[in-house]
Design a binder for this molecule. Sequence first.
Ligand SMILES: *Cc1c(COP(=O)(O)O)cnc(C)c1O
Length: 439
Amino acid sequence: MTNSELLSRSLAAVWHPCTQMKHHQDGDLPLVPVVRGEGLWLHDADGKRYLDGISSWWVNLFGHSNPRINAAITDQLGKLEHVMLAGFTHEPVVQLSERLSALTGNALGHCFYASDGASATEIALKMSFHFWRNHGHSAKTEFVALAGGYHGETVGALAVTDVAIFRDAYAPLVRGAHVVPSPDARQAVDGESAADVARRAAGALATFLEANGPRIAALIVEPLVQGAAGMAMHDPEYLRLARALCDRHEVHLICDEIAVGCGRTGTFFAHEQAGIKPDFLCLSKGISGGYLPLSVVLTTDKVYAAFYDDAATRGFLHSHSYTGNALACRAALATLDIFASDDVLHANKARGDLLESLLRPLADHPQVRHFRRRGMILAFDVDADPGFGRRFYREALARELLLRPMGNTVYFMPPYILGEDDTTFLARNAAAALEAALK
Ligand SMILES: *Cc1c(COP(=O)(O)O)cnc(C)c1O
């Protein structure tokens, strides 16, 4: 298919996600046809290419069509593509569970699988509630989430997602959660540090839990970076204080590391930077290297034990057809192998530092605010009209970059294979796109 054929047939037959389709029809927003991905680059049928600066919605870690992940999936394809995980097991899911638990220092000893992030959120919420019920705390039926938090868009996950554009239309369907202030460091006033903002937000959480603790099953957070809120970053101090408050009030801490896990923030798990352990850890997106739909909820042996009983109804009777898919687990194992063999976290430090130093001049741009970075996530806000984001997206595409602002927040979240020349290309063209979009 040529580009134009692909575009017209896609618009006729495919309902694209997170999109007002009329914007494509009106030609205001280009739909980008892709026929091939290789490393950092996405290629279309007309020979145009785009550097994937946002890892295809935060999922890709080691480039498109990565030879090592390809080889692992191909090998698995010849052995076992999938088998139901109720009543059956297989080597990839066993190995992956063991290795993920080991990465938590075995604090989280059991892994429950699903296929996407929203399902992982729902699993963690259900498990937390059910744990308390199995322990005779049946009043613990409510959840707390952070302002601006994002945990997926199924009806259950929307309950803890505080992003108006995703939530408002469905408000009558959604059982609301309690929302407490975000520790977003951009809220600093009068010389406050990020840690001060974190302490202030934790103070609000403390007040809330003192009044409501007995009704609360869990607090759910995106550790260090609230992605959909516009890459809102906070000090690890918040996680330390939140952990202590959860302990004091017998409330579970759910770390949603669907976006920030797998090395994104500089450590393999974001919560490591606070020196804490969650009760539930949700992973998805990068866990399969960005190849196949896979999500996992890790939890403690204590939670697991609360469900282990003769009575079926005390068990966790939740399932998805593709739970523990063998191909996806093999992709995840290959991804973990690359982390282990290539010293990825160390190399990413240099990658992130270089990207930051090349983009740093933009921090002084009169319309740029809150230039910030955590690991392999760099973002800044642009003081411009609401149409800026879409203009920037178009101007970036015109310069061979896939960068898709959220509102007026421009962010970079590249795969962990960004080389020095790529970084120069990315920084130079992003700066030019910014100028063009502000004209
Ligand atoms: C993307 C995301 C989700 C939802 O994952 P899906 O696979 O899109 O359902 C949940 N939480 C966070 C923090 C995310 O970034």
